[in-house]
Ligand binder design. Sequence first.
Ligand code: ARG
Length: 556
Amino acid sequence: MYALERVIDELSKGEIVFYESPKSELGDLTTSAAFKLAKIEKTSPERIAEKIKREIEKSPWISSIQIVKGYVNVFLKRLLFTKTVLGEALREDYGARDLGKGKTIVIDYSSPNVARPMHVGHLRSTILGGALHRIYSLLGYRVVGINYLGDVGTQFGKLIYAYKKWVNLRALEKEPIKELFRLYVKFHAEAEKRPELEEAAKEEYRRLEEGEEEHVKLWEKFRTLSIEGFKKVYDLFGINFDEISGESFYIEEAKKLAEELLEKEIAKIGEKGEKKNAVIADLEKWGLNHPVLLKSDGTTLYLSRDLAALVDRCKKYRFHKAIYVVGREQALHFKQLFKIAELMGLPCGNLYHLSFGHLRLPEGKMSTRKGRVIFAEEVLERAVNLAREEIKKRWNEDRPEDALKIGVAAVAYAILKSEPEKDIVFKWEKILSFEGETGPYLQYSLTRAKKILEKAGVEPNELSENFTVNSYEWELVKAIARFPLAVLQAAEKMRPHLLAKYAFSLADIFNKFYEKCPVLRSPPEKQVLRLLLVKAFYNTMKKALYLLLIPEPEQM
Ligand code: ARG
């Protein structure tokens, strides 16, 4: 347990739970338990508060206790607490725990579709999932990040047709996904004029399904090129997957599974209309309709393939929890998937759909090309360009590498700071600003701290036994002490925005400290404490930013 939790844990008992005071003037920790207990014991809150006070008075952490109405307000011993927190925060593994020891969490995230650019929905999934991946790893879980590609469907017939006819090999080499997407769009434009193309594409698809070598080779090529293309985005955020799979892996298994579900009477044969002779899951009882698992012609669907993939993950990883980071449009799909898994009695852990809202750009600011989707790469490019302009404006320098890191930070933070279920509207100026709740602001506070440490040049000495801690220093100590708890909360609630909000408050408190407390121009004893604080802040912030996929710029 880390310092803050340890203190809280030592003081709390049963109904009496201490928590951080909302205002420092009211003490560092407080409890309102006396009000509740007074009712039970039919006495006054003040009396109970006195009793609580007597019980905790001897704690070595406490310097004084004040009772205000029924609240028990505790002031901590600043020296002791500061020393303890610094000891923890200066370690390389600050925030780490073995909470997840022996447990596996599977996270299905990003999961874009082959031969199509990632859209902003995939970007949001990539960033949310990537952050959770790191957060759970820090807590000691074995995390398996899975990129489950959309690599099945009749669109591959169209693509093969278009490829044979119109591919521009040079463009394919330079920007494969763009070229594949161009072919796809062109196919549709042409097919509108010449409907017979649809038939030709169906024929190509049939040959692909039958495993004709040329067709399978092309499909593989589309897949490989797409993975390479997606990797460009992943590299920006330092994301690595443990498994790159895809729907295509599960076609055969999905067919078998449908049969199995028929036998177990979880599924039945459709009797009328479109679903006649199809294998359907009867989920009417739970208000989840009759989703099709196998069409009457024997082909599988998104749902049945996902089910087969889940069975596989369950066997392979024996996971404790599986999280699917996918937009809210697919809420029904995941309810159906999880319900069928439950009916099958799959021996695996909890299943969770981390659903999220839309990401939009301000109207008219950016072309969305032919379709209605906004491409992830365009968003990133735009952010990086704007960061580059900002750097030029501020420092009259061109620093493309830092621009990349700042642009990435702006996008990552804008996505992570908002609650997943909320829609996000990107306001470029706002998300790229060096002030306010933004990724660049966090980076800025980090580089400020780094500059101080570099200027100091030497490693700070040990703290002496009788240093003093003023209120700015104290707020910073407490903010640093909150880090492990912020990580824990974000993990337990599966909500990275809790950590993002924490990081912003940490930066804010550091900047107040920085304004009021000179570090290098302070008396020797103060200098030791302040340098250590800056160093602890730097470690903590760097770690928080790492968890939020935000890189550290060279200078800012
Ligand atoms: N490829 C899908 C899409 O772009 C997302 C897949 C999410 N993961 C899953 N296991 N279904 O909409």
